[in-house]
Design a binder for this molecule. Structure first.
Ligand SMILES: *Cc1c(COP(=O)(O)O)cnc(C)c1O
Length: 363
């Protein structure tokens, strides 16, 4: 069965192999007589699924032993509260605002702590990343928050900032919701990372948190127990019922990623895919992307038609060519192509061919 190419920003496309395997195991997982959805989270069957998913993720992202992997719920937006509840101690926190998601994060954090905006690219329309050397970091911040890939504005940190070289001892917190597993992570620069699974890992409902040992155990007294990283870690993410089916699906995706050669191989493919699309945009006279070259996202490519009156025709034609969910986010308009791990190079080639055909038909 050939399926259309799905460019959704999230929930995003999943590898067909993963969906096919899940379908084949739907009624009876490995001879257990049960669907994964019907298993106790404390059963030996589910514990094996959970432990394998944890181990595969640790291996894929090379997560050091002094970091906990927490499988939580609530998505990236809940983490905007959960992170300050756990790490801020009600004191000062630094934010670098590079787009809609970091903007949302700093706004939510104000409920729990004092927020310092160390840098903000709003005046530039979030089309570039403020240089770390120019960030106005606090001397006493409990952590520094960045969104390492801005899903809406299409801006990505291709390397994570090294806060120590900036004279800052605070841990770096990254929202990596929309590019987790698209490339390796330098954990020596990170204190905590969080992300919803539904962009690049699995279905909605699972939220991934990777947090360094020494950052546990400092939650504010008002922090809900189910959101206290210490409690979640002490109970192996089973303080309450975890999102079992989403964990299973993420686990199948981790296995698929390993078969693809791991995240370094994915990074090479993601560079190739995004390069193809950005070059097509830059070489055309109809399409435009305004993000600075050195921080263009490899996952989320927003682009605009210079003649916006043709947006609807572009989208209708795309659907007819089997190219789905290309409409841009409502806050910025235009188009957006999300090229998550599950998007093959052929999908991007098909998109570029359609874009060129559409441009020719217009001129
Ligand atoms: C999608 C997204 C979120 C929000 O995730 P929810 O699961 O909807 O709460 C947060 N941050 C980034 C970078 C995202 O892409």
């Amino acid at each position: 069965m050939t399926r259309p190419y799905n460019f959704s920003a999230g929930p995003g496309a999943m590898p067909p192999e993963v969906l096919t395997q899940a379908a084949s195991e739907m009624l009876d997982w490995h001879g257990s007589g049960m669907s994964v959805m019907e298993m106790s989270h404390r059963s030996k069957e589910f514990i094996s699924i959970y432990e394998q998913a944890q181990a595969d993720l640790r291996e894929l992202l090379a997560i050091p032993q002094n970091f906990h992997i927490l499988f939580m719920q609530g998505g990236g937006l809940a983490e905007n509260a959960i992170v300050p509840l756990n790490l801020s101690r009600g004191e000062t926190v630094d934010f670098v605002v590079t787009g809609s998601w970091s903007q949302k994060s700093q706004k939510e954090a104000r409920k729990y702590c004092h927020v310092n905006i160390a840098a903000n690219s709003e005046a530039d329309g979030h089309t570039l990343l403020p240089k770390p050397a120019d960030w106005q970091l606090s001397t006493d911040a409990r952590y520094v928050h960045i969104c390492s890939n801005e899903t809406i504005h299409g801006v990505e940190f291709h390397t994570l900032p090294d806060l120590k070289t900036l004279g800052c001892q605070a841990p770096l917190v990254i929202d990596f919701s929309s590019h987790v597993a698209s490339r390796p992570v330098d954990w020596s620069r990170v204190g905590a990372a969080f992300g919803g699974a539904q962009k690049n890992i699995g279905p909605a409902g699972l939220t991934l948190v990777v947090v360094r040992d020494d950052l546990l155990g400092h939650a504010l007294s008002g922090c809900p127990s189910a959101f206290d990283y210490r409690t979640v870690a002490d109970h192996q993410s089973m303080y309450n019922t975890p999102p079992t089916y989403a964990i299973y699906m993420a686990g199948l995706t981790f296995k698929w990623l390993k078969l693809q050669g791991g995240v370094a191989a994915m990074e090479a493919r993601n560079i190739e895919k995004s390069k193809l699309l950005y070059e097509a945009i830059d070489q055309s006279s109809l399409y435009v992307n305004r993000v600075a070259q050195d921080c263009r996202s490899r996952m989320n490519v927003p682009f605009f038609l210079r003649d916006e009156s043709r947006n609807d025709a572009f989208l209708a034609g795309a659907r007819a060519h089997g190219l789905l969910q290309l409409k841009g986010h409502k806050s910025v308009g235009g188009m957006r192509a999300s090229l998550y791990n599950a998007m093959p190079l052929q999908g991007v080639q098909a998109l570029v061919a359609y874009m060129q055909e559409f441009e020719r038909s217009a001129s």
